[in-house]
Design a protein around this ligand. Structure first.
Ligand SMILES: [Zn+2]
Length: 207
């Protein structure tokens, strides 16, 4: 028999919600860590809340009367937040709508998926794209062209002016070469024998 009329989450559901976002608050502007050590060396501290997307009880924020009790207490109706953000979203349910919170949740889970198992060094490294001036002949001679074609791409040189049109509308992308320092180089040429002028090498997957 239910003792209260709230559809609270089970401990397992709360734990899964926290784990699915790596114990970080799901508000993209917050991302505060919500767990850490207590002084006692066997215990941990929790500053996170398994918040209800639609309220656990009738007078609560974003309450959805069409849900069953099980659905209301189910994991799809939960989002992991820090205590501050949990308060924030419940104080302003007009701004923090169900749709809004669901977007936070899926972005936070996606972020956790991308971070998982990666070292801090690789995760935080900002990759810089630098321009590298080459000659069209060099791209042929060095085997760059051949290598990219073998990966199933079409290649073309385009003028700097047309680059964004081709990239945005036609689905081409600049050829970026990995550099020893981890940066990427975008290939530019100014001496193409046929087209002439300042050109950028683009690639596009063959259909
Ligand atoms: Zn937060």
């Amino acid at each position: 028999m239910k003792i209260s009329n709230r559809d609270d989450f089970s401990e397992t559901t709360k734990r899964s919600l926290a784990e699915r976002v790596g114990f970080l608050c799901s508000n993209p502007n917050c991302k505060a860590p919500t767990s850490g050590p207590q002084i006692s060396n066997s215990k941990s501290m929790n500053a996170g809340v398994a918040a209800h997307i639609t309220a656990a009880a009738q007078d609560g924020p974003r309450y959805d009367y069409t849900l069953s009790s099980d659905e209301r207490a189910g994991i799809t109706n939960g989002i992991w937040l820090c205590q501050n953000c949990a308060k924030l979203v419940d104080n302003d349910p007009i701004r923090y709508t169900v749709k809004f919170l669901c977007q936070w949740k899926s972005a936070a889970e996606q972020g956790a998926l991308e971070r998982i198992g990666k070292t801090a060094r690789n995760r935080d490294k900002k990759i810089k794209v630098i321009d590298k001036w080459v000659s069209a002949a060099y791209t042929e001679k060095s085997g760059i062209i051949k290598k990219i074609q073998e990966q199933g791409y079409k290649l073309r040189w385009t003028t700097a002016k047309k680059e964004s049109e081709r990239v945005d509308l036609e689905g081409w992308e600049p050829v970026l070469l990995g550099q020893p320092n981890g940066n990427k180089a975008r290939l530019k040429a100014k001496d193409h024998s046929v087209i002439g002028g300042y050109l950028i090498l683009l690639k596009k997957k063959k259909l």
